[in-house]
Design a protein around this ligand. Structure first.
Ligand code: NDP
Ligand code: 2IT
Length: 444
């Protein structure tokens, strides 16, 4: 059996009931097959792949907090410190009832390669909890965040592990976590990114993932002889990534006609009204059913459905496995030319293969949404030098990083005989730097 197949089999056996982690490992290792085969003897002897798929450390802890009725609630907290080969662990904290160890491991594994693709010195990690911020009062969210950090603070720091936002963790949660960390440790350091602007946050971090996704989309279309201006786009999600993806798409001359949340979706033929969306989601923390009050000509539909609309481009920006084979078939039959992942692993393996086989340009999340973590690394730089850069400075750097990613993943794919396959390109380009650092640092 080949080394790659052996390690995939081991991962499935040793990590039962973690299907998302299996999926992420399979996607990466399948892409690396040609690189691994060229170095099989050495990699096998050094157990390189076994070291790659086993986190350096995983921390699981109890998070007790008191709700507004005086009832004690208990959640589970996680931090998976996957790889520090090229820098301190870096990655977000997901707060969502679906969170379990397997989901955090899939996200942490993806993060290794994504962070490497940014070209910046950041290792891979991820964390979170099964806590659901939805419907909680600010005081309850604060109580949870303080309790979460009261345990996690032992394992993080500006030079060791720097968490950030993800699903359910935005500026409010990062603020409460930062305050508690500072109080316990008594140090004012860049231990979290996505901070508020008044206490060390970076301009453009809020916008970075969505903006970066569109910079990459524009460049990859250009590299394939097409342009973004005038295109019709379906976006899923209506959180941090989706909102700023829609905003930048509109600034670049495209029309976004959909967005969604976990209960339903909007079709707005006139183009999504970003100001209304921001007020509903960022200010009121309300449901998308409210959108009709702002844009009476729009349609609200219950359940799933954004991929059923006829569009040129699809930008999944909500969550994992939200675009399956059936969705991919509809997109292709509607003439879709590109799928660019704003979320982490939103497209199933079968859907990805179908899209690629039908000539759709497909950019995996680890490349397409890397603008968020890249800008987090820029926030770390600003914190270290105790300076703040202007919005334009950060945005210019973000754009450069995304354009570099496009060329690096395209070149890597071509070098290994898979021209235009950006999944292969992203996995190989991300892996090359990590493996080089692992080889240089000995068996650790
Ligand atoms: P938010 O919490 O701001 O928004 C998430 C959005 O996705 C909401 O509209 C939410 O709907 C929807 N959603 C979440 N879970 C589900 C689900 N199980 N089914 C259907 N819809 C769901 O998160 P972000 O925008 O930050 O994150 C979105 C994606 O982007 C995630 O995959 C994340 O890992 C990834 N990402 C985020 C980055 C960042 O900087 N924030 C960087 C790179 C990737 P509802 O409100 O109803 O739950
Ligand atoms: O998935 C991701 O890259 C993020 N949630 C952002 C991580 C970060 O450290 O900014």
């Amino acid at each position: 059996m080949s080394y790659v197949d052996e390690v995939i089999e081991q991962v499935v056996k040793q990590n039962p009931a973690e299907p998302e982690f299996h999926q992420a490992v399979k996607e990466v290792l399948e892409s690396l097959r040609v690189v691994v085969e060229a170095n099989e003897e050495r990699y096998r002897k050094d157990a390189l792949l076994e070291r790659l798929v086993n986190p350096e450390r995983q921390i699981k802890f109890r998070v007790p907090w008191i709700d507004d009725q005086g009832q004690v609630q208990v959640n589970t907290g996680y931090r998976v410190q996957f790889s520090s080969a090229i820098g301190p662990y870096k990655g977000g904290l997901r707060l969502h009832p679906s969170v379990n160890l397997g989901i955090i491991k899939f996200l942490g594994f993806e993060q290794i390669f994504k962070n490497s693709l940014t070209g910046l010195p950041i290792g891979g990690g991820k964390g979170g909890s099964d806590f659901d911020p939805k419907g909680k009062s600010d005081r309850e969210v604060m109580a949870f965040c303080q309790s979460f950090i009261t345990e996690l603070y032992k394992y993080i720091g500006a030079d060791t592990d720097v968490p950030a936002g993800d699903i359910g963790t935005g500026a409010r949660e990062i603020g409460y976590m930062y305050g508690q960390y500072k109080r316990i440790r008594g140090v004012y350091e860049g231990v979290l990114t996505g901070k508020g602007l008044s206490y060390g946050g970076s301009l453009a971090r809020t916008e970075a993932t969505g903006y970066g996704l569109l910079y990459l989309t524009e460049e990859l279309l250009k590299m394939n002889g097409m342009e973004l201006t005038g295109k019709t786009i379906a976006v899923s999600g209506s959180g941090n990534v989706a909102i700023y993806a829609i905003q930048k798409a509109q600034q670049l001359g495209a029309k976004v006609v959909t967005c969604s949340d976990s209960t339903g979706w909007i079709y707005d033929e006139e183009g999504i009204d970003v100001a209304a969306l921001k007020e509903i989601k960022e200010v009121k923390r309300a449901r998308l059913t409210e959108y009709k009050n702002y844009c009476p000509n729009s349609e609200y539909h219950e359940g799933k459905g954004v991929w059923s609309v006829k569009v040129d481009i699809a930008l999944p920006c909500a969550t994992q496995n939200e675009l399956d084979l059936e969705d991919a078939k509809i997109l292709v039959s509607n003439g879709c030319i590109g799928v660019f992942e704003g979320a982490n692993m939103p497209t199933t393996l079968e859907a990805t293969e179908y899209l690629q086989a039908n000539g759709v340009i497909f950019a995996p999340g680890k490349a397409a949404n890397a603008g968020g973590v890249a800008t987090s690394a820029l926030e770390m730089s600003q914190n270290s030098e105790r300076l703040s850069w202007s919005f334009e400075e950060v945005d210019t750097k973000l754009k450069e990083i995304m354009i570099n990613i496009c060329h690096n993943i395209s070149d890597a794919a071509e070098r290994y005989g898979a021209k235009g396959n950006y999944v292969v390109g992203a996995n190989i380009a991300g892996f090359e730097k990590v493996v080089d650092a692992m080889n240089a640092q000995g068996i650790v």
